[in-house]
Write a protein that binds this ligand. Structure first.
Ligand SMILES: *[C@@H]1O[C@H](CO)[C@@H](O)[C@H](O)[C@H]1NC(C)=O
Ligand SMILES: *[C@@H]1O[C@H](CO)[C@@H](O)[C@H](O)[C@H]1NC(C)=O
Ligand SMILES: *[C@@H]1O[C@H](CO)[C@@H](O)[C@H](O)[C@H]1NC(C)=O
Ligand SMILES: *[C@@H]1O[C@H](CO)[C@@H](O)[C@H](O)[C@H]1NC(C)=O
Ligand SMILES: *[C@@H]1O[C@H](CO)[C@@H](O)[C@H](O)[C@H]1NC(C)=O
Ligand SMILES: *[C@@H]1O[C@H](CO)[C@@H](O)[C@H](O)[C@H]1NC(C)=O
Ligand SMILES: *[C@@H]1O[C@H](CO)[C@@H](O)[C@H](O)[C@H]1NC(C)=O
Ligand SMILES: *[C@@H]1O[C@H](CO)[C@@H](O)[C@H](O)[C@H]1NC(C)=O
Ligand SMILES: *[C@@H]1O[C@H](CO)[C@@H](O)[C@H](O)[C@H]1NC(C)=O
Length: 896
């Protein structure tokens, strides 16, 4: 095949000198400029917010709400672009950062975390400082290096862009001084990208840095942005020799196209075509050897007709490189192909050629190239970040290094802090000695729960010495000396200071060591003591009543039968041993065997089948579990949770009596020995049911119920293959809001389903159930068990799936027994949801509520549920993935 054309796209940084083309604005295109859209546009260095009258676009000033330091400057008038189009007005002013190593903008998009954003920064130096020397500096997104910023000329305009799914509500955009000049920024934008499916090349957390976005076949100076592109993307037009530019004048109605990438008309209506059938379209691009890339090729065939097929082979670096199966373009159907170069050659060749059975030559409308930004660091744990930012703000600590992430990356840790490790670090010491702090000791200090050292000495702190400092579990050193604290030293602190805590309180003249505090301290005491006494009295009365209740009556001591209980749960009742014997016909038919005993089929007097789960007494642990299970299950009633019908705690037997589900359990149904293969829609329904049941346990029950052992044997099916969660034998109620519980006796969960974070920390929480759910979801998709292989030689389902994803074999993930009979979109989405549940760090896993809504969307893809158009729009997904783009085009050519 002949190479007719080679075009080198040098994509290290594309810098355009030149003149922005005039905007021929279309009134009919919907602009995303209203405040509802969540678009943030910051014109750096201006005094106040304004609306640009050339395009009605609102710009906000970069005031204290978004940036705390820096200087506002204007570029030299020699370099102001006179052309009114595009963003020249915004590039006139800038903010420079002569002080500090790192300065960060705080972007708080309305949509918050777990949404996808395109974030763009623009730079024009324009000799603002009269030094005629272009600075070089770095740009960080959060704790990770985004890219180096190096402008080629004084009047160059550089834009960088990332696509990013933020895992936090605040996005930190930072400029970093690398000792090669003063960092600055001219314009900062953030655009929400509503649709989860676009720019989502992988299920792992990716940050995508835009290297180039090229529109082909258009006229040279067209420049596409804002009003043309609903995502605010700019497309650079490139004229390419030896390719046939094609343009259609037929009208294109964006509303009727299935246009996932929301390509603007200006991209759809032009393309290039190879000169003849035997020549190919070839593009070369240059990049660093070790970087991973994604290439997006956008096709929209407006030329073919029903008699002519256009079939193309696409490859990167030849037939032995990355190839696609032959692509047949459909007339006027937008098609995007995503290709991944894990490790390129330094120069890579994209080649598109017509296959031998094609009637028409190769064509292409546009392409984009993204570099994957390596995620070198993980941000500090969010709770610590929130607490330390809050402390900084309320005590007016204006240290220049106290910006951005408190611990990371290496070399940027805030002075006065020590952090644990590098990934997801915690703050372990805080030294604000001699920092002119005034006011009371704020409760925010107690949110830094990993704190070992807190030094607030030599400040002007006033008020009481708060008790919450004693609750910091790891605190070893607390220095509050030389402040102006008053009042009593709390007993708890005194006690701790005898054991684990080194406490310094010298120089606080108003603090009393003993209970006999002088003068003014007594004022509050009378009232407080009265109310404490009253509270204590009430408590005593209540406990006496409870005690009386507990000790009388024949029922199990744990379950006083108040009227309340009966009303709540009329069905659940106590059965005697003999009743259990008769309902199970002397334990005749065993239908299962759980972790704690056997399960028998029973028939209760009102004619209903039940499952009687017995508990052998020899298992001492079992008794506790029994109590826990009854307590938890009694009030739990939900269509996706197995209901308790009754219990028996009589004589030597402990039994739980559940509603009976004839469909068996999910493990049996998924087993490859079962010829009755679950259909795809049934699997989606089960996935949704299980998530829904779990959401009820987590959020609908008070106290919340953590299942702790969610797995297919504990998921039961009814006669309609609807699922219910059972077996709360390991559950515990979590009464407090922190949702966390440190395990004391340590058995929990089943191999293959256990949260990896639990294995490290011993802390189980709702997110541990979410992890187990993720495994169950993968089992539903793949039909594989959690541990694939033999007991001695197995692989966990997660790496198994990951491997397939890495090679792009999504079809290979889906259970082959379905024989291809499944809906691809919903499968993709279900995998995506499962993978988000399986994030290694609990904080990155979604809440069960989000999962339920994802799965509902999944289900609606195969079983359309009636919903209004507006609801359909909200289908677009969140998810815990992170994607960033950073682009290097283009503000329009300028002839200067
Ligand atoms: C920049 O120019 C504007 C007018 O165009 C002016 O109001 C502003 O004060 C200037 N800022 C600086 C820092 O010189
Ligand atoms: C296709 O075009 C190339 C370049 O113009 C030319 O060299 C070649 O002969 C053409 N092939 C055919 C089959 O026309
Ligand atoms: C590709 O980039 C490298 C450095 O980034 C440079 O040395 C090389 O000359 C470039 N090659 C081409 C063909 O531009
Ligand atoms: C890409 O094309 C150039 C020019 O034809 C060639 O020198 C280079 O070897 C090709 N690279 C690959 C990886 O095919
Ligand atoms: C296109 O690719 C297929 C393999 O996917 C190959 O068999 C065929 O020869 C290729 N066609 C051309 C014209 O290169
Ligand atoms: C912090 O500064 C703001 C404004 O500069 C002021 O209103 C506030 O009182 C200060 N707070 C403290 C605790 O000093
Ligand atoms: C806190 O910092 C001061 C100096 O800034 C130092 O003297 C003091 O020892 C530090 N405190 C601790 C607990 O390290
Ligand atoms: C507490 O801080 C004061 C003042 O900074 C210092 O003199 C003292 O040595 C500190 N005490 C301890 C135990 O670190
Ligand atoms: C402590 O507070 C009192 C009254 O609020 C004030 O008179 C005194 O100067 C303060 N002492 C110090 C060391 O700040």
């Amino acid at each position: 095949m002949q190479k007719v054309l080679q075009w080198i796209v040098i994509i290290i940084i594309i810098i355009i000198n030149g003149n922005a083309a005039t905007n021929d604005k279309r009134a009919d295109r919907k602009l995303v400029t209203d405040s509802d859209s969540g678009v943030i546009s910051i014109d750096c260095g201006v005094d106040e917010s304004y609306t640009d009258n050339t395009n009605n676009f609102p710009y906000q000033a970069d005031d204290i709400a978004v940036i705390r330091f820096g200087q506002t400057r204007n570029i030299s008038s020699d370099y102001e672009h006179s052309n009114p189009g595009q963003i020249n007005k915004q590039l006139k002013s800038l903010r420079s950062f002569p002080d500090g190593k790192r300065n960060c903008y705080n972007l708080k998009p309305k949509q918050g975390k777990n949404h996808k954003y395109s974030i763009r920064a623009y730079f024009e130096y324009g000799n603002y400082d009269n030094k005629n020397k272009v600075p070089i500096f770095d740009q960080h997104l959060g704790v990770n290096l985004w890219r180096h910023i190096q402008l080629i000329k004084v009047n160059s305009i550089l834009r960088s862009e990332v696509i990013h799914i933020s895992s936090t509500d605040t996005i930190e955009y930072c400029l970093v001084n690398t000792n090669q000049g003063v960092p600055f920024v001219s314009l900062l934008e953030l655009w929400p990208l509503g649709d989860f499916n676009v720019y989502q090349p992988s299920l792992t957390l990716l940050t995508l840095d835009l290297k180039g976005r090229i529109n082909l076949g258009g006229s040279k100076f067209d420049f596409i942005r804002y009003t043309d592109d609903i995502f605010g993307r700019s497309w650079l037009n490139r004229k390419i020799y030896d390719m046939n530019p094609k343009k259609t004048s037929l009208s294109i109605n964006l509303d009727t196209l299935d246009n996932t990438y929301k390509l603007p008309i200006e991209v759809l209506n032009c393309a290039v075509e190879a000169v003849n059938l035997s020549s190919s379209l070839e593009f070369m691009f240059n990049h660093s050897k070790d970087e991973e890339y994604y290439v997006y090729l956008h096709f929209f065939d407006f030329l073919s007709n029903s008699n002519q097929k256009r079939i193309m082979n696409i490859s990167i670096n030849g037939p032995d490189g990355v190839t696609e199966p032959p692509l047949t373009l459909e007339y006027r159907k937008p098609t995007t192909i995503v290709m991944n170069i894990e490790k390129g050659n330094g120069i890579d060749n994209i080649s598109i050629e017509a296959t031998s059975d094609s009637d028409l030559p190769a064509m292409l409308n546009a392409f984009e190239i993204f570099r994957v930004i390596p995620e070198t660091f993980l941000a500090t744990q969010q709770a610590d970040v929130d607490a330390i930012w809050y402390i900084r703000d309320i005590y007016n600590i204006s240290r220049i290094d106290w910006q951005g992430d408190p611990c990371g990356p290496t070399g940027f840790r805030w002075e006065g802090l020590t952090c644990s490790g590098e990934n997801n670090p915690r703050i372990i010491s805080l030294n604000l000695s001699s920092s002119k702090l005034s006011g009371r000791i704020d409760a925010a200090f107690s949110k830094l729960t990993n704190l070992e050292i807190l030094d607030l000495s030599n400040n002007e702190l006033t008020g009481d010495l708060p008790e919450f400092l004693a609750q910091l579990p790891r605190l070893k050193i607390l220095n509050l000396s030389r402040n102006n604290l008053t009042g009593l030293i709390p007993e708890s602190l005194k006690e701790k200071s005898h054991t684990s805590l080194k406490l310094s309180l010298d120089g606080n003249l108003g603090l009393c060591q003993t209970g006999s505090c002088k003068s003014n301290k007594k004022k509050w005491n009378v009232k407080l003591i009265v109310s404490i006494a009253a509270t204590v009295a009430v408590l005593i009365i209540v406990s006496v009543v409870v005690l009386i209740f507990r000790t009388r009556g024949p029922g199990p001591a744990m379950f006083p039968k108040s009227n309340m209980d009966e009303q709540l749960n009329t069905k659940c009742r106590a059965f005697s041993y003999s009743e259990v014997v008769s309902m199970t016909d002397d334990f005749r038919q065993m239908i299962g065997k759980g972790g704690f005993g056997k399960v028998y089929l029973g028939l209760i007097p009102d004619g209903e089948n039940v499952a009687v789960k017995t508990l052998s007494l020899s298992e001492l642990q079992g008794h506790k579990e029994f109590i826990s299970e009854v307590n938890l299950l009694m009030p739990a009633h939900h269509r996706n949770v197995v209901s308790l019908v009754g219990y028996c705690a009589d004589g030597g037997i402990r039994a739980l009596i559940f509603e009976y589900l004839p469909g068996g359990n999910l493990q049996q149904r998924l087993s490859d020995k079962n010829p009755n293969v679950l259909e795809w829609n049934e699997r989606l329904q089960i996935a949704f049911d299980v998530a829904n049941g779990l959401e009820y346990l987590h959020n609908g029950c008070k106290p919340a119920i953590i299942h702790r052992d969610l797995k297919p044997p504990n998921i039961l099916l009814d006669e309609n293959t609807r699922a219910k969660i059972s077996d709360f034998g390991l559950s515990r109620a979590f009464a407090n809001d922190s949702d966390t519980h440190i395990l004391t006796n340590c058995f929990a969960g089943s191999h293959g389903y256990i949260d990896p974070e639990f294995q490290n920390t011993g802390i189980l929480n709702k997110k541990s159930d979410v992890y187990s759910l993720g495994v169950v979801l993968l089992e539903l998709v793949t039909g594989q068990p959690a541990l694939i292989g033999t007991p001695n030689n197995y692989i966990h389902i997660l790496p198994w799936v990951n491997r397939k994803l890495e090679i792009g074999d999504v079809q290979g993930i889906v259970d082959p027994r379905l024989q291809g009979e499944y809906n691809r979109d919903s499968a993709w989405k279900l995998i995506e949801t499962a993978m988000s549940c399986l994030s290694q760090f609990a904080t990155q896993r979604p809440d069960i509520k989000e999962i339920v809504s994802e799965l509902k969307d999944c289900l609606s893809l195969v079983m359309p549920i009636e919903r209004s158009a507006s609801q359909r729009r909200s289908l677009s997904v969140k998810g815990s993935m992170q994607i960033e783009i950073n682009e290097s085009d283009i503000c329009g050519p300028n002839p200067r």
